[in-house]
Design a protein around this ligand. Structure first.
Ligand code: NDP
Length: 277
C-alpha cells in the first residue's frame, strides 16, 4: 500500500530543544493534514549524509537549524531569493532529484513585528545587534519594509562591515540608510526598534549595550525565546516595550508550512499555547 502520509523533519545539532515538531503538528492538525514531523540530530560533520538519508526515506521536506543553515545552502539545486541573499536556508523541499532551498527567518521576524506586535517598519530607525546567521538572515526582509535607517552593530565590528558591504546594494534599491556603528557608540534614546540577534540571551552573557539606548517609545525585540532576558529587563527598566522571538519562530514555521502544503496556518493560537507552556 502506498504511504500517503507526508514526512518532514527538522535537522540540527543540538536538536532536543526544538519546538518545530510541536508547531508543525499543531498547524497540520488545524489544517486536517495527516503528517509526520520528527526532530533529527545530525552529527556536525555528517549533515550532507543526513540529508541524503532523509531523501532516501522519501521525506517531502525539512527545516534546517543551527549550525547547518549555511551548509544547507551549499546542497540545494535551486533556491528562493531570500535564501540566495542570506546564503543560508532554513527550509528545504525535496522533489525527485531536486532540493529547493528557502529562508523564511526574515519573513517570520517581519510578520511577528507587523502582524502580531503591530509595528509598521516604514520610516522607522532600527538597530540590529549581532552579525551571525540570524542577523544576516533577516536584513533583506527588514530593508524590504523601507525603514528610514538600519544600523548594524556587533561585538566583532568587522563582521558588521562585511554584511554592510554585501547588503548595501539592496539598501540603496530600497532607499534605506544602512550604517555600521560600534556598540559602545550607539546613540541614546534614538532608535524606534532595537533587535537583539546575538546569542547572549541564550548563553546568559552580558551584552555591552548602554541601557539608555532604550526609551519609552522603543520596542526591544530579543530573537531568543523561552525566558525573559537581561536585554528585555534593561529595556523595561527604561520604559521600553519588549518582545521575545517566539512569534518569529512560529511565523517562520508558518511560511515553511505554506511552502510545503500551500496552506497558510493560523499562528495566534499556536503562539499562545507555546507561551502558556
Ligand atoms: P551565531 O552563533 O551565528 O551568532 C552569534 C552572534 O552573537 C554573533 O554576532 C556574536 O558576536 C554574538 N555574541 C555572542 N556572544 C556574545 C557576547 N558575549 N557579547 C556580544 N555579542 C555576542 O548565532 P545565530 O545568529 O544563529 O543566533 C543568534 C540568536 O538568535 C540565538 O539566540 C538564536 O536562538 C536566535 N534565533 C532565533 C530565531 C527565532 O525564530 N526566534 C531564529 C534564529 C535564531 P561575534 O561576531 O563578536 O562573535
Amino acid at each position: 500500500m502506498t504511504d500517503l502520509k507526508k514526512h518532514f523533519a527538522v535537522i540540527g545539532n543540538p536538536i532536543h530543544h526544538s519546538l518545530s515538531p510541536q508547531i508543525h503538528r499543531a498547524f497540520a492538525k488545524e489544517a486536517g493534514l495527516d503528517i509526520d514531523y520528527e526532530a533529527v540530530l545530525s552529527p556536525i560533520d555528517e549533515f550532507k549524509n543526513t540529508i541524503h538519508k532523509l531523501i532516501a526515506k522519501k521525506l517531502s521536506g525539512a527545516n534546517v537549524t543551527l549550525p547547518f543553515k549555511k551548509e544547507g545552502y551549499q546542497l540545494v539545486t535551486s533556491h528562493s531569493n531570500h535564501a540566495k541573499i542570506a546564503q543560508a536556508v532554513n527550509t528545504l523541499e525535496f522533489k525527485e532529484d531536486e532540493i529547493i532551498g528557502h529562508n523564511t527567518d526574515g519573513i517570520g521576524l517581519v510578520r511577528d513585528l507587523e502582524q502580531n506586535l503591530h509595528i509598521d517598519l516604514k520610516n522607522k530607525k532600527i538597530l540590529l545587534i549581532g552579525a551571525g546567521g540570524a542577523a544576516e538572515g533577516v536584513i533583506y526582509s527588514i530593508l524590504e519594509k523601507n525603514p528610514s535607517e538600519l544600523t548594524l552593530t556587533n561585538r566583532t565590528i568587522e563582521k558588521s562591515n562585511v554584511i554592510q558591504n554585501k547588503m548595501d546594494v539592496h539598501a540603496k534599491s530600497f532607499d534605506v540608510n544602512l550604517n555600521v556603528i560600534e556598540i559602545a557608540k550607539c546613540p541614546l534614546q534614538y532608535f524606534d526598534l532595537i533587535i537583539n540577534a546575538t546569542s547572549t540571551s541564550l548563553n546568559n552573557a552580558d551584552l555591552d549595550l548602554n541601557h539608555k539606548v532604550f526609551h519609552e517609545g522603543s520596542l526591544a525585540y530579543d530573537m531568543m525565546y523561552g525566558k525573559e532576558s537581561s536585554f528585555m529587563r534593561e529595556a523595561q527598566s527604561q520604559g521600553s516595550k519588549t518582545s521575545d522571538g517566539l512569534g518569529m519562530l512560529v511565523e517562520q514555521a508558518a511560511e515553511a508550512f505554506f511552502i510545503w502544503h500551500q496552506i497558510k496556518p493560523q499562528t495566534k493560537s499556536v503562539i499562545e499555547s507555546l507561551r502558556a507552556l
